[in-house]
Design a protein around this ligand. Structure first.
Ligand code: NDP
Ligand code: 8X3
Length: 250
């Protein structure tokens, strides 16, 4: 039985991935800040597999380290790390950008990903085995108007993904990025700070991806034979051709 750690497992892509991996009998470590959701998911999955919850904010280096060092022995050897926790905060032109939003995105999407990886990679190196999936975005391949800092964080994830793959190659550790286009999750609600109407409008007039679509791809990637490393995937809804070209029928 493989052990998978998923950050941002309380919602969207992370939650759908946790569900699918539970059904496929991965031993799961699910992470997030919302303790109530972690408890609900643990309850939901417990008849399928072994589940451990870790409640931490990826921004807090010490919290991340303490949480990961607290893992019980049977969860300590992580085979699959899914660096998924992340969000956009705001969608403003650079001249009006809120520095708190910038801090949040850089601290969560970039530094948080690094803090978690820093705790997990040494065990993988020691065991000469492991698979890291970094959730990037089409925003890591293109920049769009008002996307400035969010796009920068996802471009950073793209670079970190490539760098990790190069550095960990000698240990036989697989590293790959999955870069979704528009997925209907809580993402836009977070971006627009709880404005549900504005969030719903993002996905109106076309069929966006569902979190489960990305979960399917993640499961496919991590279940390939060992000699296959899917290094970088871009997954779009059929109606989306680029970060800004979406065939909406409104
Ligand atoms: P959701 O908002 O639904 O989920 C985000 C997850 O990240 C939640 O589980 C949340 O958990 C966790 N998270 C956020 N901030 C923190 C933090 N400070 N510490 C720990 N966990 C945190 O969005 P998605 O599922 O859509 O997003 C998942 C990933 O996919 C992100 O990296 C996002 O950038 C990426 N992505 C999303 C796309 C989309 O269109 N939806 C497209 C391309 C990429 P909690 O609040 O409980 O801590
Ligand atoms: C999320 C997709 O297009 O809002 O990464 O940047 S997008």
């Amino acid at each position: 039985m493989k052990t998978a750690l998923i950050t941002g497992a309380t919602s969207g892509i992370g939650r759908a991935t946790a569900r699918l991996l539970a059904k496929n009998h991965y031993r799961l470590i699910i992470c997030g800040r919302r303790e109530d959701r972690l408890a609900e998911l643990q309850d939901e999955f417990s008849h399928l597999t072994k589940v451990h919850t870790l409640n931490f904010d990826v921004r807090h280096k010490k919290e991340v380290a303490q949480s990961l060092k607290s893992l019980p022995k049977e969860f300590a050897n992580i085979d699959v790390l899914i660096n998924n926790a992340g969000n956009a905060h705001g969608l403003d032109p650079i001249e009006n950008g809120d520095v708190h939003d910038w801090d949040a995105m850089i601290d969560i999407n970039v530094k948080g990903l690094l803090y978690v990886s820093k705790e997990v990679i040494p065990g993988m190196v020691e065991r000469r085995s492991g698979h890291i999936i970094n959730i990037g975005s089409i925003a890591g391949k293109e920049t769009y108007t008002n996307g400035n800092v969010y796009c920068a964080t996802k471009h950073a994830v793209d670079a970190i993904n490539q760098g990790m793959r190069m550095d960990l190659n000698q240990y036989g550790i697989r590293v790959g990025a999955i870069n979704p286009g528009m997925v209907d999750t809580e993402f836009s609600e977070v971006r627009f700070k709880g404005d549900k109407q504005r969030a719903e409008n993002v996905y109106k007039g076309f069929e966006p991806l569902k979190a489960e679509d990305i979960a399917d791809v993640i499961h496919f990637v991590i279940s390939r034979p060992y000699h296959v490393n899917i290094a970088d995937l871009l997954i779009l809804p059929t109606a989306q051709a680029s970060a800004t070209i979406v065939n909406k029928k409104l």
